[in-house]
Design a binder for this molecule. Structure first.
Ligand code: THU
Length: 137
């Protein structure tokens, strides 16, 4: 489905919740389930820097914790306040791959309105996921 204005509003609101005392780099994520339910994600940092959690993963983990299953999602929107949209880190790409279908759109955006559309497969081509374990005997 094409990017909707309400999703752009949603991702900006999600970004405002980011807890970023160390980097001050606020990221918003907005995950849309196929039933229309939406989940906010924001990065949540920690004084032990390695324990910082990205916005994309907070949105996905939140949805799973509320009972949603892999493949239940229609789109993911990410936003940063950068001159060009930034792109999910490697760890987030792996989690997106695990929980979202390969053809699902991921919209990379910035606050001033630039949009880059990619699929999950574009972000992690030839990736490994739970689907690869299904044929294990
Ligand atoms: N960050 C995200 O939230 N998503 C990404 O995909 C890249 C990085 C966060 C983690 C950290 O809080 C801050 O951005 C700087 O790396």
């Amino acid at each position: 489905m094409d990017l909707k204005n309400e999703w752009l509003d949603g991702v900006k609101t999600a970004r405002e919740k980011a807890y970023t005392p160390y980097s001050n780099f606020k990221v918003g994520a907005f995950l849309i389930a196929k039933d229309g339910t939406t989940f906010d994600g924001c990065n949540v940092e920690n004084a032990a820097y390695g324990d910082c959690i990205c916005a994309e993963r907070t949105a996905l983990v939140s949805a799973i914790a509320q009972g949603y299953k892999p493949g239940d999602f229609e789109a993911l929107v990410v936003t940063t306040d950068t001159p060009t949209p930034s792109s999910p880190c490697g760890s987030c790409r792996q989690v997106i791959k695990e929980l979202c279908n390969d053809e699902m759109p991921v919209y990379l955006t910035n606050i001033k309105g630039d949009v880059i559309k990619r699929t999950v497969d574009d972000l992690l081509p030839l990736g490994f996921s739970g689907r690869d374990l299904e044929d294990v005997k």
